[in-house]
Design a protein around this ligand. Structure first.
Ligand SMILES: NC(=O)c1ccc[n+]([C@@H]2O[C@H](COP(=O)([O-])OP(=O)(O)OC[C@H]3O[C@@H](n4cnc5c(N)ncnc54)[C@H](OP(=O)(O)O)[C@@H]3O)[C@@H](O)[C@H]2O)c1
Length: 316
């Protein structure tokens, strides 16, 4: 068999990159091999990937020389940053720039940059409908990713920009699931008004990314937006009601209320939801469930995801 094309997967031990690594490794007859980048080659997640056939390579986004070595000889790379580890847009920008430079130096033929909108294009800092955060951002964890797009395009890299969606896993891990209300029922509180929220099962992000690498050069230079479904709060509450066999009602709190919840990142997320709520065309239109399904035929609906995951959702 011809030698497989190596995909260097940043974030391989995490949600997005892990999904991509598992998708490639599950396709044993496929044309790609996984090089899993991690700072912790001995971690359980890294060892599990090694057990499935991945090459494990140490790399740290904060040490650019390690990236250059880790990308060397690869065909492509999946590039993702984890804002929530440090809450620093500047660090995210530096990490993205380091990946773009390493991709150029290694002569990669296809790079996917997992990005989001720079919301300042629609909500300039002078716009007072939401507060400016960290002096120069509206939604720091979005804005830095969007701003970083130019590092990839300025270098003329063969890049596909991947616009991801709200992970439905936030209902499991981020405390966003239904909570008990004072009447003994369950309430789903999100600051989305009556607008639709594009969401996705996180494993499907990686599977879509695999679809992008398989499709190859036709997606170079393109932005691909993916979602499993676009659902309103009322529609998500109805799906929870069906899955949990308990009534769940949607309570649209205000972005102001969300920003004042006080947990780390509450202001950033409050602004994020406000952006999604107030710019539905900008946010929903590029995130296409049908494109996602064409890249990943096993794309899950919210009902299907809930059927698999309802017992993992902490119900407060
Ligand atoms: N939650 C959502 O709804 C949502 C939606 C869209 C986009 N996002 C974005 O998704 C990003 C996080 O992706 P994820 O959910 O896949 O992350 P995750 O599951 O939290 O895992 C983080 C991954 O990044 C790797 N990593 C972090 N810092 C690194 C560094 N300095 N050097 C090398 N590797 C590093 C970690 O690897 P090791 O620890 O093994 O080194 C790990 O594999 C965030 O920036 C967030 O804004 C989230």
């Amino acid at each position: 068999m011809a030698q497989k094309k190596v995909i260097a997967v940043v974030g391989s031990t995490g949600a997005q990159g892990g999904g991509l690594a598992r998708a490639i490794l599950a396709d044993r007859q496929g044309e790609f091999a996984v090089r899993a980048l991690t700072r912790k080659p001995q971690s359980e997640a890294a060892r599990s990937l090694a057990g499935r056939g991945a090459e494990i390579v140490p790399a740290d986004l904060d040490q650019p020389e390690t990236l250059r070595r880790a990308f060397d000889g690869a065909y492509g790379a999946y590039c993702v940053t984890n804002f929530w580890e440090h809450f620093s847009p500047e660090r995210e920008l530096a990490q993205a720039q380091a990946m773009a430079r390493a991709a150029r130096d290694a002569g990669l033929r296809h790079v996917i940059w997992s990005t989001l909108e720079d919301t300042r294009q629609w909500v300039p800092l002078s716009d007072l409908r939401m507060p400016t955060l960290m002096e120069k951002y509206k939604v720091p964890h979005f804005d830095a990713k969007g701003e970083a797009n130019h590092f990839f395009s300025d270098l003329g890299l063969p890049v596909t920009f991947l616009l991801t969606s709200f992970y439905w896993e936030n209902f499991i891990y981020a405390g966003m699931g239904p909570k008990a209300d004072s009447a003994g029922g369950l309430m789903l509180s999100l600051p989305m008004g009556d607008q639709k929220l594009p969401g996705i099962a996180v494993e499907d992000i990686g599977r879509c990314a695999y679809g992008i690498f398989k499709r190859g050069q036709s997606l170079v230079g393109k932005t691909v937006g993916i979602a499993g479904e676009h659902l309103t709060g009322v529609e998500m509450a109805a799906a929870f009601t069906r899955a949990l066999a308990r009534p769940v009602r949607y309570h649209p709190i205000s972005p102001e209320e969300y920003r004042s919840l006080g947990f780390p990142g509450a202001q950033d997320l409050g602004n994020m939801f406000q952006f999604k709520r107030d710019f539905p065309e900008v946010f929903c239109k590029p995130r296409s469930p049908s494109i996602a399904r064409s890249l990943n035929p096993s794309l899950q609906s919210f009902d299907a995801w809930l059927a698999e995951n309802k017992n993992r959702i902490p119900i407060g």
